[in-house]
Design a protein around this ligand. Structure first.
Ligand SMILES: [Zn+2]
Length: 128
Protein backbone atom coordinates (compact mmCIF):
# COMPACT_ATOMS: atom_id res chain seq x y z
CA UNK A 1 0.00 0.00 0.00
CA UNK A 2 1.10 3.49 -0.75
CA UNK A 3 1.19 6.08 1.98
CA UNK A 4 -1.15 8.34 0.01
CA UNK A 5 -4.00 5.91 0.68
CA UNK A 6 -3.24 5.87 4.41
CA UNK A 7 -3.15 9.68 4.45
CA UNK A 8 -6.51 9.78 2.69
CA UNK A 9 -8.01 7.42 5.26
CA UNK A 10 -6.55 9.39 8.20
CA UNK A 11 -7.88 12.60 6.69
CA UNK A 12 -11.40 11.16 6.57
CA UNK A 13 -11.22 10.62 10.34
CA UNK A 14 -10.64 14.32 11.00
CA UNK A 15 -13.84 16.21 11.63
CA UNK A 16 -16.45 17.21 14.15
CA UNK A 17 -17.87 14.50 16.37
CA UNK A 18 -20.65 15.36 18.79
CA UNK A 19 -19.90 15.48 22.51
CA UNK A 20 -22.51 16.90 24.90
CA UNK A 21 -20.21 19.62 26.30
CA UNK A 22 -19.30 22.19 23.64
CA UNK A 23 -15.97 22.86 25.37
CA UNK A 24 -14.85 19.32 24.66
CA UNK A 25 -14.01 17.86 21.27
CA UNK A 26 -13.20 14.72 19.36
CA UNK A 27 -11.72 14.19 15.95
CA UNK A 28 -9.46 17.23 15.69
CA UNK A 29 -6.79 14.60 14.99
CA UNK A 30 -7.30 11.42 13.00
CA UNK A 31 -4.89 8.52 12.63
CA UNK A 32 -4.60 5.52 10.36
CA UNK A 33 -2.15 2.67 10.64
CA UNK A 34 -1.25 -0.25 8.40
CA UNK A 35 -0.27 -3.49 10.12
CA UNK A 36 2.35 -5.92 8.89
CA UNK A 37 -0.57 -8.22 8.00
CA UNK A 38 -1.92 -5.57 5.64
CA UNK A 39 -4.90 -4.39 7.69
CA UNK A 40 -5.80 -0.76 8.32
CA UNK A 41 -7.11 0.59 11.60
CA UNK A 42 -8.19 4.12 12.36
CA UNK A 43 -8.68 6.35 15.36
CA UNK A 44 -9.62 9.81 16.51
CA UNK A 45 -8.51 11.85 19.48
CA UNK A 46 -10.77 12.91 22.34
CA UNK A 47 -10.19 16.13 24.29
CA UNK A 48 -12.11 16.40 27.56
CA UNK A 49 -11.39 17.72 31.05
CA UNK A 50 -9.04 16.38 33.73
CA UNK A 51 -6.50 15.07 31.22
CA UNK A 52 -8.57 12.00 30.45
CA UNK A 53 -8.65 12.39 26.70
CA UNK A 54 -6.33 10.56 24.39
CA UNK A 55 -4.60 10.82 21.04
CA UNK A 56 -5.88 9.47 17.72
CA UNK A 57 -2.98 7.03 17.60
CA UNK A 58 -4.18 5.50 20.89
CA UNK A 59 -7.62 4.69 19.55
CA UNK A 60 -6.17 3.31 16.30
CA UNK A 61 -3.83 1.08 18.31
CA UNK A 62 -6.72 -0.09 20.51
CA UNK A 63 -8.70 -0.97 17.37
CA UNK A 64 -5.70 -2.94 16.08
CA UNK A 65 -5.29 -4.85 19.33
CA UNK A 66 -9.01 -5.67 19.38
CA UNK A 67 -8.32 -7.45 16.11
CA UNK A 68 -5.42 -9.41 17.66
CA UNK A 69 -2.63 -7.57 15.88
CA UNK A 70 0.30 -5.60 17.31
CA UNK A 71 2.86 -5.01 14.53
CA UNK A 72 2.60 -1.75 12.61
CA UNK A 73 4.16 -1.20 9.19
CA UNK A 74 3.33 2.49 8.96
CA UNK A 75 1.25 5.11 10.73
CA UNK A 76 0.07 8.60 9.96
CA UNK A 77 -1.75 11.15 12.10
CA UNK A 78 -3.13 14.43 10.91
CA UNK A 79 -5.22 17.41 11.83
CA UNK A 80 -7.04 19.78 9.49
CA UNK A 81 -3.73 21.41 8.51
CA UNK A 82 -1.89 18.25 7.57
CA UNK A 83 0.30 15.47 8.91
CA UNK A 84 1.58 15.78 12.47
CA UNK A 85 4.17 13.66 14.29
CA UNK A 86 3.11 11.50 17.24
CA UNK A 87 3.66 12.89 20.75
CA UNK A 88 6.13 11.23 23.11
CA UNK A 89 3.41 9.23 24.85
CA UNK A 90 2.27 7.78 21.52
CA UNK A 91 5.84 6.93 20.56
CA UNK A 92 6.22 4.98 23.79
CA UNK A 93 2.86 3.29 23.25
CA UNK A 94 3.88 2.18 19.76
CA UNK A 95 7.02 0.61 21.19
CA UNK A 96 5.46 -0.93 24.26
CA UNK A 97 2.60 -2.70 22.48
CA UNK A 98 5.20 -4.48 20.32
CA UNK A 99 8.95 -3.94 20.43
CA UNK A 100 9.11 -4.83 16.72
CA UNK A 101 7.37 -1.53 16.05
CA UNK A 102 10.77 0.08 16.43
CA UNK A 103 10.88 -0.32 12.62
CA UNK A 104 7.47 1.32 12.08
CA UNK A 105 7.51 4.06 9.46
CA UNK A 106 6.07 7.24 10.94
CA UNK A 107 5.12 9.73 8.28
CA UNK A 108 6.06 13.36 8.89
CA UNK A 109 4.89 14.46 5.46
CA UNK A 110 3.70 12.71 2.31
CA UNK A 111 7.30 12.38 1.17
CA UNK A 112 9.15 11.87 4.44
CA UNK A 113 9.04 9.29 7.19
CA UNK A 114 11.27 8.35 10.08
CA UNK A 115 11.33 5.04 11.91
CA UNK A 116 10.21 4.87 15.52
CA UNK A 117 13.82 4.01 16.37
CA UNK A 118 14.89 7.40 14.99
CA UNK A 119 12.11 9.27 16.81
CA UNK A 120 12.51 7.46 20.11
CA UNK A 121 16.21 6.79 20.65
CA UNK A 122 16.15 6.89 24.46
CA UNK A 123 13.03 4.87 25.10
CA UNK A 124 11.84 3.85 28.53
CA UNK A 125 12.90 0.49 29.87
CA UNK A 126 11.77 -1.10 33.11
CA UNK A 127 14.32 -0.88 35.91
CA UNK A 128 15.92 -4.19 36.82
ZN1 LIG B 1 -0.04 11.24 21.24
Amino acid sequence: MRVEKLIEIAHKMVGKYHLSDPDFSAGTVGAALLTTHGNIYTGINIEVACGIGFCAEHSAIAEMIKNRETQIEMIVAMNEKGIIPPCGRCRELLFQVDNKNIKTKIYLSKEKYMTLDELLPMRWTPST
